[in-house]
Write a protein that binds this ligand. Structure first.
Ligand SMILES: Cc1cc2nc3c(=O)[nH]c(=O)nc-3n(C[C@H](O)[C@H](O)[C@H](O)COP(=O)(O)O)c2cc1C
Length: 336
């Protein structure tokens, strides 16, 4: 199954001189049965439903678009304040506002198809059954390339514990969804756990085609004059450059723990950042908060990656995945 343009078109038509050799760069990567023409994916919640960004970016040039998280029904989300700026990042508690799956299929998906976007639908559930129902509905819809499971949602049948903070919860959601869909299934891991690699393993054991990480880090900010929390929800999720080194570490750990592809994200704002994740072990990367700062970031990221590949004579981006050379330092890292 292939949702990107075909392989021939994936060859970026830029010839460059690297160490005396002409290098034709191939940016295509594979996430299970899904081939992406390049590893750059717009992160869920930071790119609307994709269609809102067509003045800034040609969606067909992206590896994929992960659309805003969808529940079965429409949701209003939390009241304001929902966003707070922080040093090198932002704190959000949007509360997963969204139009619901049926309106998405009616109002957004046809346009995404017309724009030749590779659509990854981010799904959310308050119960296991909700994830399953969403997966069923979306599997019958034309133009969905993959399902990303936002498991950072409270399970109302288990006292509100976040699905993705329990190994059983993670395993159960992934295996239940896998049973009802033939689309690639990508659980999105929360970083708000002690050992993220064990959640990648639980996902792989349950049949996930890939894992993506990280979602936002639980955080809060207080107005010291009023002594009130800055967010109406009191706590929110931290994203942006502030979280990047932690996210890179988590991608590195997951890559070592599982054989399925790892999709990395967290604070990517330049080609250099994206390459850091790929070298740490990410097969593809998602870009979220940086898109709010610069919606025209995408061609710059592609140019920067191409430039790096030419300078280092890397013909296929896939050859760069997980090439971190940690041999001398690994022992030290494990014991620290
Ligand atoms: C405003 C906002 C809304 C988000 N909404 C979602 C969402 O609906 N589903 C989801 O899985 N992640 C959501 N995220 C998390 C991002 O997709 C991403 O995992 C996180 O922000 C880290 O990447 P970044 O630092 O590049 O933004 C949201 C993040 C932000 C900032």
């Amino acid at each position: 199954m292939s949702y990107g343009t075909d392989h021939q078109e994936n060859l970026v038509g830029i010839w460059g001189l690297g160490f005396g050799a002409w290098v034709l760069t191939d940016l295509s990567v594979e996430i299970g049965s899904l081939r992406l023409q390049n590893p750059l994916i717009a992160a869920s919640g930071c790119f609307g439903y994709g269609v809102e960004y067509t003045d800034a970016v040609d969606l067909s040039t992206l590896g994929g678009v992960a659309v805003k998280g969808l529940f079965l029904k429409e949701r209003e989300g939390h009241p304001p304040e929902r966003i707070v700026e922080t040093p090198s990042g932002m704190l959000n508690a949007i509360g997963l506002q969204g139009i619901g799956v049926h309106r998405f299929i009616r109002e957004k998906l046809p346009e995404l198809r017309r724009l030749r976007a590779t659509v990854i639908v981010n799904i959310c559930g308050s119960t296991l059954d909700e994830y399953v129902e969403l997966a069923r509905i979306l599997s019958d819809a034309e133009g969905v390339a993959a399902l990303e499971l936002n498991i950072s949602c409270p399970n109302i049948k288990e006292g509100g514990i976040t699905f993705g903070c329990s190994l059983d919860g993670t395993f159960d959601v992934v295996s239940a969804v896998k049973k009802v869909t033939s689309l690639p299934v990508i659980p999105k891991l929360t970083p708000n756990v002690t050992d993220v690699a064990s959640f990648a393993r639980a996902s792989e054991d349950a049949g996930a085609d890939a894992v993506s990480l990280v979602n936002t880090f639980l955080a809060m900010a207080i107005d010291i004059e009023t002594r009130r929390p800055k967010l109406s929800n009191i706590v929110g999720g931290l994203s942006g450059p502030a979280i990047r080194p932690i996210a890179v570490r988590m991608v590195y750990e997951c890559r070592r723990a599982v054989k399925i592809p790892v999709i990395g994200m967290g604070g990517i704002a330049s080609a250099r950042d994206a390459l850091e994740f790929i070298i740490a072990g990410a097969t593809a990367v998602q870009v979220g908060t940086a898109n709010f700062v610069d919606p025209f970031i995408w061609p710059k990221l592609l140019d920067g990656i191409n430039d790096y590949m030419r300078r280092h004579s890397v013909a296929h981006i896939a050859d760069l995945i997980g090439t971190i050379d940690a041999t001398a330092r690994e022992k030290q890292w494990i014991s620290s």
